[in-house]
Design a protein around this ligand. Structure first.
Ligand code: SAM
Ligand code: SF4
Length: 467
């Protein structure tokens, strides 16, 4: 799972025009799973009469839905809380309310500590208990400072209200759908198994029900989410054991659902059925985010990734044989404790071999409580910075080459939202690139054929063609 929120519009900012309603502003940090959770928190609060707004200034309740994956991500939360504390003081001086909540992975990891560090915070709610937000807010309004970070025995998804069609459609023609949460892989650098708990798959019937409701409301593309999404498993319609591949075959049968994606996967869980799904399903987009993290086998072992560089490269070859037009995306960490110059070079070599269309790369960040934090031989900050610069230069070159290779191609794009110019829309290519094209807003949700005519820094330009 990757920080991709820049690609995603504020998911919960729908017009807050019910004048007397309480307003909530939800600030989302981190990965797509947090984006999805923010939407569902908005749903939970809507049933209590809240409407969403897209500024803290306008809100009666501010929720920071946080990320703990790297130190910087967690630090951002405390700076935001400093600003909110001042805002709350000003509000209270005017006799008005401002409630503040911290949700997500920092809430789970730090719990009570957040109340100690920030006097302005009223509620702290973990990722597994946000369906209880309305009750927590009631208690907070009675003067209690609430921390609810237990792993709930009840299934939060069973308790979250489903919004009506109009609300779903107002969020756009693409949607996330969480199918799996938590992780049992315990990579030695990663906090996810501690903040999100152990691996849990949502039952098939629940997923199909949610997918059908989304499509019924006009959603054309669904991205299945999970910290380890391809570890999803469940009991199939025929009573047998199903994996993510089987789930995708079933979802592809939903009339009106044009496109499917899934993220984030672990190389160890890319089984044959999932690769066959890439071969067989036109609805399954030819794009795969498959993090490798590093190219040295010693580092991969120290990271507890449970695969070698060679195994990863062979896996990519099998996937490409099944779906030749597939584009690859990856996550990389530089400067894991003990990583030598030569081991870093192995990462560059792996990138040269695989060729990525998209990527997310990070300096190793020590996370308290993870085995990586206990290792000696931490790599110096300036060495990490220099390695990251070199890796990112290579990855950017590959990304631009991939974009250039699209020029002249005729492809289908899903029209998603208005562009910057009048009569211009932004569509999404099969490979997740933004594509600017002249089209009318009434066409949002249509899939049209275009010819790619140019590339920009973060998007492609296209002209329409009639097929
Ligand atoms: N489950 C996914 C996987 O197996 O790769 C990734 C989940 S994680 C939320 C997203 C990415 O953050 C990881 O792939 C990794 O590259 C990065 N990341 C996680 N922990 C990190 C750390 N301590 N320092 C730097 N980057 C980290
Ligand atoms: Fe973190 Fe590894 Fe699990 Fe991904 S597979 S969430 S990197 S522990």
């Amino acid at each position: 799972m990757t920080d991709q929120t820049a690609l995603i519009p504020n998911p919960v900012a729908q017009a807050a025009d019910r004048t007397n309603a309480r307003k909530v502003f939800i600030k989302t940090y981190g990965c797509q799973m947090n984006v999805y959770d923010s939407v569902r928190m908005g749903d939970a609060l809507a049933s209590e009469g809240y409407v969403t707004t897209d500024t803290a200034e306008d809100a009666d309740l501010v929720l920071l839905n946080t990320c703990h994956i790297r130190e910087k991500a967690a630090d951002k939360v405390y700076s935001a809380l400093g600003r909110l504390r001042d805002m709350k003081k000003e509000r209270n001086a005017e006799g008005r309310e401002l409630m503040i909540g911290v949700t997500g992975c920092v809430a789970q990891a730090e719990g009570e500590e957040i109340l100690r560090r920030s006097s302005a915070v009223d509620v702290v709610i973990g990722p597994q208990t946000y369906h209880r937000l309305p009750q927590a807010l009631k208690r907070a309004r009675q003067g209690e400072r609430v921390v609810d970070t237990d792993y709930a025995v009840e299934d939060k998804f069973e308790h979250l209200p489903v919004p009506d069609k109009k609300v779903i459609r107002s969020r756009g023609v693409t949607s996330f759908l969480t199918v799996q949460e938590g992780c049992d892989k315990f990579c030695t650098f990663c906090v996810v198994p501690y903040t999100r708990g152990s691996e849990v798959s949502r039952p098939l019937a629940q997923i199909l029900d949610e997918a059908n409701k989304l499509v019924d409301a006009g959603v054309r593309e669904i991205t299945l989410l999970g910290q380890n999404v391809n570890a999803w498993h469940g009991t199939g319609l025929d009573g047998s054991s199903w994996g993510l591949g089987d789930l995708l075959y079933r979802l592809a049968e939903i009339p009106g659902l044009a496109r499917l994606r899934y993220t984030t996967s672990h190389p160890r869980d890319m089984d044959d059925r999932l690769i066959e799904a890439h071969r067989d399903l036109r609805a399954l987009m030819p794009y795969l985010h498959l993090p490798v993290q590093a190219g040295s086998d010693r580092v991969l072992k120290a990271m507890n990734r449970r695969h070698t560089a060679e195994e990863y490269v062979r896996l990519i070859e099998r996937i490409r044989a099944a779906r030749p037009d597939i584009a690859l995306s990856g996550d990389f960490i530089v400067g894991f404790p003990g990583e030598t110059d030569a081991e870093f070079e192995d990462t560059l070599k792996l990138v040269e071999t695989v060729r990525y269309a998209q990527s997310f790369s990070f300096k190793y960040s020590t996370r308290p409580g993870t085995p990586g934090a206990e290792l000696g031989s931490q790599v110096a900050e300036e060495v990490k910075a220099e390695r990251l610069e070199r890796l990112q230069a290579l990855l950017l070159k590959q990304q631009l080459e991939f974009a250039e290779s699209c020029v002249g191609k005729v492809i289908d794009i899903l029209l998603e939202k208005p562009g910057r110019m009048p009569e211009q829309l932004i569509g999404r290519s099969p490979w997740l690139q933004s594509v600017n094209v002249d089209a009318k807003s009434s066409q949002i949700g249509d899939i049209i054929s275009v010819r790619i005519v140019g590339t920009g820094p973060n998007s492609l330009f296209a002209e329409r063609i009639e097929r």
